[in-house]
Design a protein around this ligand. Structure first.
Ligand code: SF4
Ligand code: ZN
Ligand code: ZN
Length: 331
């Protein structure tokens, strides 16, 4: 039986690119220290900061919340989780349940935002009314709601669960399409724009998808194994993922090299052109005129719902004692 290279206990994982076997405890420590190094190296989160972690009920966001919750005690920052109920039938019910169990197991405050309750429509209805594919509307809605929550709760950063595989595949796809502006968005963090957008950080940037999955299993985290019924398998992404995995098999550590090099060079890529402004309806970030969220909800529901979402989070922030007073009340 293989033994842990650190302590000699029975091994549960082999890290090929380090040629090390690890037992359960040293494996959990290995993933946590990878995230901690990313946080320190890129100054993602500092002492006393407030971080909003977006959770979906899936494995990556479970790993994200668990590791952040552990590191928050060690580094001294504060974490609150946000789950968005998308109104996608049984899938959303199950993922809400997994997110609630996760937050309660980790003892992290969780805010559940229900699209049907606040807007009177979920993703299926918004997609139908706007004649757009569900994933396109869903991505836009999630980005909007997370940013609105972050602005109203007064957090310093939003933490997303993108892992090294996600970044490597999007990087390659964007490169093949010569979409250099898309590559410029694949860094470890984006900066905040005061009053309109809160910066996003990717603490799992150097964590492989497999590593994140094994972490959530070994740490006993609740997560949903099912996929959303609307999931789109884009053929090119599936093939690129297979290719990256084959290359990783031949050259262990290749994904890590890809994301490490990207993190160093991402500033050299051209940023999207166009002015950064405020949406006239909701006041949050817009690249010109009304933001996509206000436009889509105006078309689907008869009025722009950005202000309603902001007001909902403003009230939640007051009820939870968050918002502007959060730093002084928690630190
Ligand atoms: Fe949303 Fe598409 Fe993901 Fe389903 S698969 S949660 S619709 S982005
Ligand atoms: Zn060990
Ligand atoms: Zn708007």
């Amino acid at each position: 039986m293989a033994r842990c290279s650190v302590c000699g206990a029975p091994a549960v994982a082999y890290i090929r690119y380090q040629r090390r076997y690890l037992c359960r405890d040293h494996y959990l420590e290995f993933v946590e220290s990878k995230v901690e190094r990313a946080i320190m190296r890129h100054r993602l989160v500092g002492k006393g900061d407030r971080v909003l972690a977006a959770v979906s009920g899936g494995k990556d966001s479970s790993t994200l919340l668990a590791v952040l919750s552990r590191l928050s005690r060690r580094i001294g920052f504060h974490v609150v989780a946000l789950y968005i109920h998308l109104g996608i039938y049984e899938y959303s019910e199950k993922s809400r349940e997994a997110s609630i169990r996760l937050a309660s197991q980790l003892d992290v405050p969780l805010i559940v935002f229900d699209l049907n309750e606040v807007l009177g429509a979920g993703i299926p209805e918004l997609a139908k009314a706007s004649k757009r594919p569900p994933c396109s509307v869903c991505g836009m809605v999630k980005r909007y709601v997370i940013n609105a929550a972050a602005v109203e709760l007064g957090v310093d950063a939003v933490a997303l669960g993108h892992n090294a595989d996600d970044i490597a595949v999007y990087n390659l796809k964007s490169f093949l399409n010569q979409d250099l502006e898309a590559i410029s968005k694949l860094g470890v963090k984006t900066e905040s724009i005061p009053g309109v957008a809160v910066g996003r950080v990717r603490p799992l940037y150097y964590v492989y998808e497999k590593e994140s999955f094994l972490y959530s299993l070994l740490a006993g985290l609740p997560f949903l194994h099912e996929e959303c019924p609307f999931v789109e398998r884009r053929q090119m992404e599936v093939e690129l993922k297979e290719t990256v995995n084959q290359l990783e098999d031949k050259r262990p550590g290749l994904k890590l090299q890809m994301v490490s090099k990207l993190a160093k060079r991402v500033e050299d890529y051209p940023k999207p052109k166009g002015s950064i402004g405020r949406c006239p309806s909701c006041g949050l970030l817009s690249s010109g005129g009304e933001c996509s969220f206000c436009r889509v909800t105006r078309r689907a529901l008869g009025r722009p719902m950005g202000p309603v979402v902001r007001e909902w989070f403003r009230r939640r922030a007051q009820e939870l004692g968050l918002g502007a007073s959060w730093r002084s009340s928690l630190s």
